[in-house]
Design a protein around this ligand. Sequence first.
Ligand code: F6P
Length: 464
Amino acid sequence: MSRLVVVSNRVAPIDEGKQTAGGLAVAVLAALKKSGGIWFGWSGTVVEESQSEPTRTEAGRLTYATLDLGRRDFEEYYNGFANQTLWPLFHYRLGLVSVDRRTREGYQRVNGIFADRLAPLLRPDDMVWVHDYHLIPLGEELRNRGCGQRLGFFLHTPFPAPEVLKVLPNHADLIRELCAYDLVGFHTEVDLRCFVNYIRYEAHGEVDERSHEGGTRIRAFGRTLLACAFPISIDTANLESLAHTAARSRHAERLRESLVGRRLIIGVDRLDYSKGLPKRFEAFQQLLETYPEHANRVSFLQIAPPSREDVPEYIAIRRELSELSGRINGRFAEFDWVPIRYLNKSFGRRILAGFYRQAHIGLVTPLRDGMNLVAKEYVACQDPENPGVLVLSEFAGAALELTEALIVNPYDTEGVADALQRGLTMPLEERKERHAALMRTLRRNDITAWRESYVNALTRAPYS
Ligand code: F6P
């Protein structure tokens, strides 16, 4: 069996006892343990100069190889091009896209540093699986260093329509870099179609859409590769049983007591402008305006741990949300009821599972999202005999699979308020039917199925 080498910007904590990471880290770890391998990435530490040799830590058949990044490299690669250019661009927020040659060069430089440090660790028969928008050029950088191994890439964000991508100067370079991989994976067929359209109409490449391994074979920039949709998922069975016990945890008990019989709406998101939180708060306000019978009967708990805190747009959204939640609470609160409980902190998986299970509604309304695993986790954590209702944005990748959720347009605050009303008043039978159908989907495509389908497709590369 070939060794698997996983490369991602962040590497899951080496001490598994400290593991609070989500399904992806767990899945990748499982894959690495099965075949033996290396997990290579940034250490999470910023120092004066980027490290010249990776720090290696052995854990059974698995080797962690991590790099400290220098301040300038981190600024230009992570805060700069990854999070001020590619992130807003891939999430269709063109007004927030920064176009800056310096950060593009820094991004390329750090991908070159990753390739320099990784190439000597590779064996000829290894399979290399690169994750996410931080590392698009890594495949080509490895090829330039003579690496002929099977190289796969998976994008954890949406892939934009060609007209949007073209806002980026030298967009063709980014696509050429993607074509250096043997396998390029996206979350959904919609993302895949956007990529294929770019190849066909902008890069004038050849596209063969007869199903090859369930994907599309592409010839462009002198290479042949397979592009496929692999919708990422969760550890469904594990979450189901976790939620069952977590419902009786101390945290869950305290939450229940604090609600004194009120219904709970829950949202859990990184504090990111792509998650649509201001519109979500407005939709909740709209619910209280249009359906005043919910005053003092419903509480909205929004958990939003801060993220990418050096980036100006993230500082701005944090301020905006603090003000907005304060304004709504000031207007509607009673001496014994705060409508929005807004928390800038994170909770472990088990505690969240207990919270999800209590919530009558899971409110997931990103303006644009690659997949959104919170939507899937919320469903898996419900009590099948008395499940809550998922209200889900049509612009989350998950909406293509979770069709029995109440699907909403997150920009339409009145529409979201109506969906909340429908969820709050939905009869038990309908809730059970919708939940059972959603669970069938989540059992069929869980995180193991996702990981195996990707690794199997990469095993069969090259596709020329
Ligand atoms: O979903 C996209 C993503 O960038 C993941 O790669 C990452 O784990 C997550 O968001 C958190 O972002 P960050 O690593 O910037 O904190």
